[in-house]
Every structure is written in C-alpha cells, then in structure tokens.
Design a protein around this ligand. Structure first.
Ligand SMILES: [Zn+2]
Length: 81
C-alpha cells in the first residue's frame, strides 16, 4: 500500500475541476475512498474514473497546469519519469 502517488490530490484544498467529456462543461473532481480521482457531471450523469497509475499522474499534471500550483506535482512526476 502506497499513498505517495495520490497524496498530492488528497492534499488539495481547492476543489479540482475538469471538463466533462460529453458537454465540455466544468465538473467537480472527487476522490474515491481509495484515493483515486473521479469526475462527476450531474447534468450528463457522467462518472469518469481515473484508475490507472499513469492516468492519475496525467490527471494530476493536467490539474496542476490548470491551477498553476504544479511545482511539487511536476517535481514528483519528473522523478517517476
Ligand atoms: Zn456533462
């Protein structure tokens, strides 16, 4: 069990936002009990789960770019690469 991968997301204070793949509206990003991110769009009924390690890293990088607080995130991602 390693929480290192998902801890940056869990440590986010601001709610993360991600575009809906269907309506391209802004959706809230939530975290599962297992620490994996998922996107919910209420109007579309979309539930988009990011389950793979690579996907979670990309997702974090994407959100870091959006939020422009990605210094620690991109540092941890570049360590993995
Ligand atoms: Zn939608």
């Amino acid at each position: 069990m390693s929480n290192a991968l998902v801890s940056p997301l869990l440590n986010q204070r601001k709610p993360l936002l991600s575009p809906c793949p269907v309506c391209h509206g802004t959706c809230e990003v939530k975290i599962t009990k297992k620490g994996k991110p998922y996107v919910i769009c209420d109007p579309c009924g979309v539930q988009l789960f990011v389950r793979g390690k690579g996907g979670i890293q990309r997702f974090e990088t994407q959100n870091a770019a959006l939020e422009k607080v990605g210094e620690t995130l991109s540092a941890s991602v570049s360590q993995v690469r």
